[in-house]
Design a protein around this ligand. Structure first.
Ligand SMILES: *Cc1c(COP(=O)(O)O)cnc(C)c1O
Length: 469
């Protein structure tokens, strides 16, 4: 049975785990769930085990988890390793700070407030506030809650009473807005998917027609959700024309920048999010392009005080005491009670490389993206499936005009599978009825040569499968 061990011993164990890991872990370990269950002892028992077995379990845990820190992990909207943020994450666990009151998270509270100030500056909210949340999904939920509260403040206490509230996003929006509509009692049928144009951007004309159609039915439109950096192709919805419409019909305008907001760091690329200050709220994930370990995200709000109005309630008799630091109790801005101090890891990484460091990373990734698109366009077997405004590249292997959509889909899925077996983790996706390979550039260690290698691997996998070469 393992005896209690000290922080120093726990650190020594961590060091053992790290030192005994293979120099390069697998990017795409392949065991199925039943195989893994056979290989590892996941069971919990009545009797405890010794520390050596804990070290073994931690090693196995890491060995079988995809090593998302490597460039070859192109699968999702995060990749890479941000070591200052990792240090911050470890210290956060050691502190076990909880963000409801200043008393139990003094430094983290000040750091979170500094981050919110900096983020608001980038977005252009001069009097804004905000709060860190468990991810972009919760940020989008809070945005919809604020919109609902602004339109119908009574719902907070009385609940929905027969009104049909209607929200609008584009047909390319992330699925979290469906969940928000569900949780908030709006109903997912009352989340209208407005059509997007040929570049995957919400069509403002279609938005206005959809609003008018909801009004004609006697419904109550209240929320427009734009996306900055859509999940599949990285499109940026037009803010300025949408904001005119939102104003005209008195609707809340939200921008979901979970993936795409960090372009605001870059003077070269921030034009993609031009007019962000016209929004009422913005979602920003630090655990995607900023490479901070999951989870770290924020909801930024233009109108200060609204978060507290919409989210506060309860806890006054034992938790939120009046004292000289009352104004610093972030818990009243949040729907959570216990909340991890995610601020420290973001603050550490921002402190380490500065805003300029993030700008440089982003500019470098855009350079890789441009190179990638140029290569794809110059290779006859490869075809772009959508414009690449941001750091998503959707393309496919298309060796002949003869193949139909279904065959091309199967062929490209087979390529992804083959690449995975070779240690490159990349996924497929569908855009406007055409399926292909979705490459995500989120790891700034990536170099042009990595892109060349990856494209060559796609072609030779495709040739092998299609031509039997
Ligand atoms: C990732 C993503 C989300 C969800 O964010 P989580 O942090 O995973 O909850 C929402 N919207 C967009 C556009 C995203 O890319």
């Amino acid at each position: 049975m393992s005896k209690p061990f000290s922080v120093k011993q726990s650190l020594a164990m961590l060091q053992q785990v790290i030192e005994q890991l293979p120099a390069k872990r697998k990017v795409a370990p392949a065991p199925s769930a039943p195989e893994l269950q056979e290989t590892l002892d996941i069971s919990l028992n009545n009797q405890g085990v010794d520390t050596e077995q804990l070290v073994c379990a931690a090693k196995a845990y890491l060995e079988y988890n995809p090593d998302v820190s490597q460039v070859a992990f192109y699968k999702l909207l995060y990749s890479g390793l941000n070591t200052p943020a990792l240090l911050g994450d470890w210290v956060t666990s050691l502190s076990n700070a909880t963000m409801h009151t200043y008393q139990v998270s003094p430094v983290a509270t000040l750091m979170e407030l500094e981050l919110i100030k900096q983020w608001n500056n980038l977005v252009g909210f001069t009097q804004g506030d905000g709060v860190m949340v468990s991810g972009g999904s919760q940020a989008n939920l809070i945005a919809m809650l604020l919109a609902r509260h602004k339109r119908c403040p009574d719902i907070k206490t009385k609940g929905l009473r027969g009104q049909t509230l209607v929200a609008f996003v584009s047909d390319q929006a992330h699925y979290s807005s469906l969940k928000a509509a569900n949780v908030l009692g709006i109903g997912s049928d009352n989340l209208i998917a407005v059509s997007s144009d040929d570049q995957g951007r919400l069509d403002p004309q279609a938005l206005e027609l959809a609003i008018q159609s909801a009004l004609a039915k006697g419904h109550t439109p209240f929320f427009v959700g734009l996306t900055a950096g859509t999940t599949v192709i990285g499109a940026y919805d037009p803010i300025q024309p949408s904001s005119l419409i939102a104003k005209k019909y008195d609707l809340w305008l939200h921008v979901d920048g979970a993936w795409g907001a960090p372009v605001l760091f870059s003077s070269e690329h921030r034009h993609l999010l031009a007019d962000s200050e016209l929004a009422d709220s913005v979602t920003w994930d630090a655990h995607k392009l900023m490479n901070v370990p999951v989870t770290a995200a924020v909801i930024l709000v233009k109108q200060s005080g609204l978060l507290r109005q919409a989210c506060s309630g309860g806890g006054g008799d034992y938790l939120f005491h009046s004292d000289e630091n009352e104004a610093y109790n972030l818990g009243e801005r949040s729907i959570q009670c216990g909340r991890r101090a995610d601020a420290l890891k973001v603050w550490m990484s921002w402190k380490a490389i500065g805003s300029q460091g993030f700008s440089d990373k982003i500019d470098h990734l855009f350079d890789c993206k441009t190179h990638c698109v140029e290569q794809i366009e110059s290779i006859s077997e490869l075809q772009m499936l959508a414009p690449a405004a941001y750091l998503n590249v959707l393309f496919r292997y298309q060796p002949s005009e003869e193949l139909d959509e279904q065959q091309l889909r199967q062929l490209n899925i087979a390529i992804c599978k083959k690449l995975k077996a070779q240690g490159t983790y990349i996924d497929y996706a569908t855009y406007k009825g055409r399926s292909g390979i979705r490459l995500i550039l989120a790891n700034s260690d990536c170099q042009r040569s990595d892109i060349d290698d990856m494209l060559l691997a796609c072609i030779s996998a495709g040739d092998e499968i299609y031509k039997g070469k």
